[in-house]
Design a protein around this ligand. Structure first.
Ligand SMILES: Nc1ncnc2c1ncn2[C@@H]1O[C@H](COP(=O)(O)OP(=O)(O)OP(=O)(O)O)[C@@H](O)[C@H]1O
Ligand SMILES: [Mg+2]
Length: 358
């Protein structure tokens, strides 16, 4: 059932969109999505995720720029000529139709012959693992099952692209995780290119080949989940993806950053998205260790007072108050967490501290 895997890349160049009321929904945006990839648009509410998705779909017309799917420039094509499957937050299934009829509906619209339709519906029911529910009314299904039908319906006529706008927004966390894994499996099995919108960073990390982090109508950074986490190009990306300790840098002296805690080593200056502004060091909580203040370490050991220890089951999040009154968050194993009120040393490898300029 794999779709033609070479033809379904997406190439967006210089796309911008100003709404009739003058509001700039998208600033000049470029994005290249490889065929067969799962790409997530991740960003806070109002950052332009839905606007970009709707522009790809052809539901709104961009002010400037081009959109290509494979070798075809689709910018001027109407929605129905773009061969795209959609899944929206409210699945918009037809409540008076059965599961099979819902899946068959777009095939009828695309004038598939009866035999081909029946065969495809069976194929899709297997794909979404609901073969026994073919005759059920959709109202009898759980939210998660309805979601699977919506995905199946969107895939039925073999679109080149699958666009999903917060399709699991209404579901609880456990169901989201389970369905996310199912969605990813279906996407990989079919080899379809998917663009998925969410503001949930954990979901984005789990599902995606690539994530585009958006804010204020712009893509700030586009990369793999691991790269975004390890090498965020800006404070916004660092703080939006996971817990981030940011230490103000007063100046740079040789290979050391001068901070309120003295000179600290660092690995790299990220200039990718460099803007004017105060540079800072990023240190992730899991990279900080508690150590004996007296012992020898290759990196500076800073004094900290443990003000709070949060027990999270398999690990602890510890608040360590520094001498300037600011707090670093330290993640450690449950047996390594120091007691609240104690003073201890904290340190991290120089490879774990990244200079952000913005
Ligand atoms: N038709 C419109 N006219 C004017 N402004 C609009 C229009 N549609 C959206 N906007 C504005 O564009 C911005 C981006 O909206 P968009 O729906 O793309 O955000 P989003 O990232 O999808 O947010 P959410 O996570 O809340 O769904 C918002 O500030 C929104 O108010
Ligand atoms: Mg939206």
């Amino acid at each position: 059932m794999a779709v033609n895997s070479e033809a379904n890349s997406i190439s967006i160049s210089d796309l911008s969109l100003t709404f009739p009321n003058g509001f700039v929904g998208l600033k000049s945006t470029g994005l290249q999505i490889q065929s067969g990839h799962f790409c997530t648009l991740l960003g806070p509410s109002g950052s332009g995720k839905t606007t970009l998705l709707r522009a790809i779909a052809g539901l709104i017309t961009p002010t400037t720029g081009r959109i290509r799917i494979g070798n075809t420039d689709v910018t001027d094509l109407p929605v129905q000529a773009r061969n795209i499957g959609f899944v929206f937050q409210n699945y918009a299934l037809f409540p008076h139709m059965s599961v099979a009829e819902n899946i068959e509906y777009p095939l009828k619209l695309h004038n598939w012959k009866v035999d081909a339709r029946k065969a495809r519906v069976k194929e899709i029911l297997d794909l979404i693992e609901l073969p026994h529910a073919a005759g059920n009314a959709v109202g009898q299904l759980s939210g998660g099952q309805q979601q699977r039908v919506a995905i199946g319906r969107a895939l039925a006529y073999k679109p080149s692209l699958l666009l999903l706008d917060e399709p699991m927004g209404a579901l609880d966390r456990r169901l989201r995780q389970q369905l996310g894994a199912e969605l990813r499996a279906i996407q990989q099995r079919t080899g379809i290119t998917a663009v998925y919108v969410t503001h949930d960073q954990e979901e984005a990390f789990i599902l995606s080949d690539r994530i585009a982090v958006m804010a204020h109508g712009e893509i700030l950074q586009y990369s793999t989940p691991a790269d975004l986490y390890a090498r965020p190009g800006s404070r916004f990306v660092a703080e939006f993806l996971g817990e981030a300790n940011l230490i103000d840098v007063q100046s740079v002296a040789g290979d050391m950053a001068v901070t309120a805690y003295g000179p600290l080593p660092f690995t790299a200056i990220e200039t990718l998205h460099a803007r004017h502004g105060q540079p800072s060091l990023l240190v992730r909580p899991e990279d900080i260790r508690f150590v004996d203040s007296g012992s020898n370490h290759p990196t500076p050991v800073l004094q900290a007072e443990v003000t709070r220890t949060l027990f999270l089951g398999s690990r602890c999040l510890v608040s360590a108050k520094m001498k300037d009154g600011k707090t670093l968050t330290v993640e450690c194993g449950k047996s390594d967490a120091p007691r609240e009120g104690t003073t201890c040393g904290v340190t991290w490898a120089s490879s774990a501290s990244i200079m952000l300029v913005q």
